[in-house]
Write a protein that binds this ligand. Structure first.
Ligand SMILES: C[S@@+](CC[C@H](N)C(=O)[O-])C[C@H]1O[C@@H](n2cnc3c(N)ncnc32)[C@H](O)[C@@H]1O
Length: 274
């Protein structure tokens, strides 16, 4: 029997409300298309036939809820992702940060850590790592645990090396890791000033007095209402003149905080709070 679109929408809504009430995770303002795709995939894997059955299992089985959290979390990332962004970061952002006696950076939605380690490398090459404190957060505890270790599989390294060079890297990327057959371990000196922790942009409080916040490729999965709420939280967390970096497909245009920023680089989505 085919289920109508309306019934599916009601079932998804009930599922998301149950998750919110039982576990405190609010996915109700995530983009419906991507949530629906993930739910259908989980239905197939669990041999359940309806979303209502899935809802009941989520309510009674915390381990199953954990699997759903993993499903909803899209963790795609890489080092020096969008090398053009990191070129501008090297050439302009670092210059703007340099004048601060102490620099606080928040990487929100850091996934497995590649983004914050890329920034750490650039800050080191610019000679300002030692006066910087980086905070790297994500809603998903399992990706934070990977980020904390800074260990990645060797199959990724060719891409990361190419990205590093395209971003204007000043040395050999291999200076930053040791490798064996399967894994590369990033140099512990990159991690020295990074604090990793879980943080939920939907329900947790703001940070304060950040000189830079990078929240790239996270809000792409949020609807407009949630995007606005998160942008308000990020704006509250920035110091005056603080910089905000968004992902390739994200923008402050038409958001409720657009008037609070000037554009530093339109293409790379880098803004400064005024
Ligand atoms: C596609 S990854 C982007 C990773 C990295 N920022 C990048 O650009 O490569 C999106 C990350 O956002 C995280 N995320 C999703 N919802 C979140 C929330 N409410 N609070 C914090 N992080 C969240 C996901 O767990 C995931 O690791």
């Amino acid at each position: 029997m085919s289920v109508s679109k309306e019934t599916i929408a009601i079932e998804i809504d009930l599922l998301l409300q149950s998750i919110k009430w039982k576990y405190g995770y609010d996915y109700t303002n995530y983009s419906l298309n991507s949530i629906e795709r993930k739910i259908k995939h989980r239905l197939k894997l669990s041999a359940l036939t309806t979303i209502s059955q899935l809802q009941s299992k989520v309510l009674h089985d915390p381990a199953f809820f954990e699997a759903i959290v993993q499903d909803f979390s899209i963790n795609v990332t890489e080092m020096f992702r969008d090398p053009g962004f990191y070129q501008v970061f090297r050439q302009q952002v670092v210059q703007l940060l340099k004048s601060n006696s102490f620099i606080r950076i928040w990487v929100a939605g850091c996934s497995t850590g590649e983004e914050v380690y890329s920034m750490a490398i650039i800050l080191k090459e610019a000679g300002i790592y030692d006066k910087t404190q980086l905070y790297a957060t994500d809603i998903n505890e399992s990706v934070i645990n990977i980020a904390r270790k800074g260990i990645y599989t060797t199959d990724k390294i060719k891409k990361y090396t190419d990205n590093y060079q395209q971003s204007g890297g000043q040395t050999s990327f291999s200076d930053y890791y040791t490798a064996d057959n399967k894994f590369v371990v990033l140099d512990a000196s990159l991690r020295k000033n990074i604090i990793f922790s879980t943080h939920n942009l939907v329900s947790d409080t703001s940070f304060n007095e950040m000189q830079l916040i990078s929240c790239r490729n996270v809000m792409i999965y949020f609807n407009q209402q949630l995007t606005n709420d998160v942008l308000l939280l990020l704006t509250e967390s920035l110091s005056k003149q603080g910089l905000l970096c968004l992902g390739d497909k994200e923008s402050l245009r038409f958001s409720c905080v657009e008037k609070n920023y000037e554009i530093i680089d339109k293409k790379e989505k880098i803004y400064r709070r005024i």
